[in-house]
Design a protein around this ligand. Structure first.
Ligand code: 5GP
Ligand code: MG
Length: 199
């Protein structure tokens, strides 16, 4: 049998079962179902990379990646932007389990001089928007040439602040998700697809 080809796939193809069960996984106490397959994610990442490449032609953008969640997105995005660029990281944390504590902790601070640089913030997901506002304030204090927000996902229904999100791959409903860098209590970051909690 082919790799990644399960008995259920086989029975479905043979017509022995009529409905393929939802692709679900278990992480700790929660069940998650695939909501955005890797192919759809990568298509949107490429679209955003093309836009950045177009908008920053002739400049050397500095990608400021927000750890931990954005590391997978950043790796794909930055390699798809065919411009001379630099990468730096900050580590922020506001989530515990499945909800935001509202208190943004800076675990690794800004350690690159942003003065006069065109900065592109690379974030995994904008939920309430509080993390981004906090970061934008910190960055503005360093007088960069420009700042743009680039995020894999936005949950528009949960946004509590006004934010100018220049680059966004996808908008999603207000449900908890994991995969493609995003975690549930530290797990699930290595999943290639994005999964939504079902129970
Ligand atoms: P905000 O400050 O916008 O409310 O929260 C942003 C941060 O919360 C994101 O960078 C991400 O780390 C985390 N977050 C928000 N929604 C989700 C979600 O559905 N799943 C996961 N794993 N993290 C999330
Ligand atoms: Mg994040």
């Amino acid at each position: 049998m082919l790799p990644n080809f399960s008995l259920v796939d086989f029975l479905y193809l043979c017509g022995k079962i009529t409905k393929k069960p939802m692709d679900t996984i278990q992480i700790k106490d929660k069940t998650f179902a695939i909501s955005i397959p890797e192919s759809a994610i990568l298509k949107q990442v490429q679209r955003v990379a093309n836009a950045i490449e177009h908008d920053y032609a002739g400049q050397n953008p500095l990608f400021l990646v927000v750890l931990n969640g954005a590391f997978v997105f950043a790796a794909d995005l930055i390699r798809a932007v065919r411009l001379p660029s630099e990468v730096t990281f900050v580590k922020l944390s506001s989530y515990e389990g499945m909800s935001s504590t509202g208190v943004i902790k800076s675990m690794i601070g800004l350690n690159t001089d942003l003065t006069g640089r065109p900065v592109i913030i690379v974030e995994d997901i904008i939920d309430s928007g509080q993390t981004m506002v906090h970061l934008l304030d910190e960055i503005a204090a360093q007088n960069p040439a420009s700042v743009a927000v680039c995020t894999l996902l936005v949950k528009p229904d949960n946004l509590k602040v006004k934010l100018d999100v220049k680059y966004c791959c996808m908008e999603i409903p207000n449900d908890f998700i994991v995969g493609y860098g995003l975690d549930y209590d530290g797990y699930g970051r290595n999943l290639r697809d994005i999964y939504t909690v079902v129970e």
